[in-house]
Design a protein around this ligand. Structure first.
Ligand SMILES: [Zn+2]
Length: 308
């Protein structure tokens, strides 16, 4: 529990939940922000919520469209109201199972399972038990992926929406493009808590669908809120707001560095290998030369007008 009637759900250990969920209890019902990665993980989340309250989950807010935050929604039934940014609505309503970020994840999980099964095949008795648990964990995940039937928001937000029901104020803010085109920050002004999804983690986020050149400005808008606790879509919550400054500086330097290399004629692959962000080692632990290739390709594609 992070405040009275507010929980930060980070997974239960037996299923792959992958991302965090914010659980907000109101007088008569429960609102959640994000729904975990698969229908099975969503069902496990629903069961964990039932342990702390017998009120029904009536509302699911999507922080953004990514599968690892949105593909558990179907576990909450057909009557639940789903709220997301209009960009999120578009991405989840039109072919979400063909999304490149999702398809890459399917390959990654299939490979992880195959690798664990290969290790299990040649394991000695000491290793076998642990590897069997690991294999069944990944098998359950891959199986549940196949049952996914994504649910798109039925309420779309363009910039701002506030829910007042049940003795609780819940503000939804679109603060600009960042991790995706439609990130919502969910802010509880009474508790001074903000759930940021992946627009703000305790470190740089996945940038493959992001707007690196605009991200720092969006985070500047986030800092306008009166915040005591940031709860991100992955990892631990934090109260040290200097972390936002560090991440802003990283995105600005990454974008400028990559655009400079692009201007000098380097390919995205070369730029990803050469861009030097090691001056962010003290603040963010960046100790190696280079940056994530998907992030650099994304910067190139936006600059070249082949992505939007
Ligand atoms: Zn994401």
């Amino acid at each position: 529990m992070v405040a009275d009637g507010v929980w930060f759900a980070v997974g239960n250990g037996t299923l792959y939940t992958m991302s965090n969920t914010l659980v907000i209890e109101r007088d008569e019902d429960v609102v959640i922000v994000d729904s975990h990665v698969t229908p099975a993980a969503g069902a496990a989340l629903r069961e964990s919520i039932a342990v702390v309250t017998d009120k029904p989950v009536t509302t699911v807010i999507n922080s953004h469209f990514h599968y690892d935050h949105a593909f558990g929604t179907q576990a909450f039934g057909d009557d639940v109201q789903v709220i997301g940014h209009e960009y999120t609505r578009a991405r989840l309503a039109i072919d979400p199972l063909d999304d490149p970020t999702y398809l890459r994840s399917l390959d990654r999980f299939d490979n992880t399972l195959a690798e664990v099964e290969a290790r299990l095949a040649s394991a000695d008795d000491d290793e076998r038990e642990g590897l069997e648990i690991e294999a069944s964990f990944w098998r359950a995940h891959v199986e549940s992926q196949g049952e996914t039937d994504p649910v798109a928001p039925d309420v779309a937000v363009s910039e701002r929406l506030t829910l007042y029901r049940g003795g609780r104020e819940i503000q939804l803010h679109w603060l600009g493009r960042a991790h995706t085109g439609g990130d919502l920050a969910v802010y509880l002004p009474g508790e001074k808590i903000v759930f940021t999804g992946d627009m703000m983690l305790g470190r740089p986020s996945y940038m493959g669908d992001g707007y690196v050149g605009e991200w720092a400005a969006t985070l500047a808008n986030l800092k306008q809120l009166d915040i005591e606790l940031v709860l991100p879509g992955h990892g631990e919550g934090f109260s040290d707001l200097r972390i936002i400054d560090y991440v802003q500086a990283y995105y600005n330097d990454l974008h400028a560095g990559v655009m400079r290399l692009k201007g000098q004629g380097f390919s995205a692959e070369e730029a990803a290998a050469r861009v030097d962000l090691r001056h962010h080692e003290d603040s963010l632990g960046v100790s190696e030369l280079g940056a994530d290739l998907l992030a650099v390709r994304r910067i190139y594609d936006l600059a070249d007008g082949v992505a939007e």
